[in-house]
Design a protein around this ligand. Structure first.
Ligand code: UDP
Length: 262
């Protein structure tokens, strides 16, 4: 499929126009960033694994009636997606306390939450994606009440499904981030679709027994080989074999790691 012009380049993905109106090509890069862009590296093979894992998860969600932007994966690094207008909110769902929640509220790392917690962050790199309340969302019109109620229900449904899916392969779904976008369907009604990606870049995934990290914390905290962690997730999801048939991937060390001192 022929890629058109670049619409947007983010930290881990690039969006290109696609031949059909209302669609786009989402390209997964090997770039990794953390701490609001202060730590950066290129990790060979990361984009391929995220493309495949995210395709698997979004297709599984489609199968249970959660509408997503995914149309199909086109190749190792690219997916054809429905073009949506992204709602500028990161929806964070947490089952176990870690990361910014422990720092912000002094909750002990690893505390199992009595019920899943949904947080909203305003999507803004320059502001460091600040935590916001439902009231901010309405006050600044990031999303209306009907849409937010719908998305809230979707978030908990997705969490339920993914928790079960990962539990079945010996992985704890600790927390994750979702993004949603608005589209117009044929009858010009607005539709809300799950967008972006769901991958070890956007989830915290711990081995159920050893609590070994299998996600981007491997990179954020220098805990080990990120590719091995992501491959382990893909292997347990039973989707690793396909990519190794396509082309053997040589994984090298990150080519660049820069940490700016504050
Ligand atoms: N997350 C993400 N993108 C972001 C911020 C968070 O994918 O811009 C994910 C992150 O991988 C984790 C969850 O959201 O699974 C909660 O992240 P947290 O707020 O703890 O972020 P931290 O500041 O610790 O990275």
């Amino acid at each position: 499929m022929k890629k058109g012009k670049k619409l947007y380049e983010g930290k881990a993905k690039i969006l290109y126009t696609a031949p059909d109106k209302g669609t786009a090509i989402q390209h997964f890069k090997d770039d990794a960033t953390a701490f609001n862009n202060q730590k950066k590296a290129t990790i060979e093979g990361k984009g391929i694994l995220n493309n495949r894992i995210s395709e698997h998860i979004l297709s599984s969600l489609n199968n249970i009636g959660i509408e997503t932007h995914l149309i199909k994966r086109i190749n190792m690094r690219e997916q054809l997606i429905k073009l949506v207008e992204i709602i500028p909110i990161e929806f964070i769902i947490r089952n176990i306390a870690t990361g910014s929640l422990t720092k912000r509220l002094g909750i002990e790392e690893g505390t199992v939450l009595q019920k899943p917690l949904l947080e909203f962050c305003y999507k803004s790199d320059s502001l460091g994606d600040p935590l916001i309340a439902r009231e901010h969302i309405y006050a600044f019109n990031y999303c209306d009440v009907t849409a937010l109620n719908f998305i809230t229900k979707q978030c908990f449904r997705i969490n339920d499904f993914l928790q079960g899916m990962f539990k079945g392969i010996g992985i704890k779904l600790v927390d994750f981030k979702l993004e949603f976008g608005k589209t117009k369907n044929t009858s010009t009604n607005e539709k809300i679709l799950l967008a972006d990606e769901i991958s070890p870049d956007t989830c915290r995934l711990w081995d159920a027994t050893s609590e070994k990290k299998l996600d981007k914390d491997l990179f954020r905290k220098d805990l080990g080989n990120l590719i091995q962690g992501y491959q382990e997730v893909a292997r347990r999801l039973n989707i690793l074999h396909e990519q190794s048939n396509v082309r053997p991937i040589k994984f090298s060390k990150p080519t660049e790691v820069r940490i700016k001192k504050k």
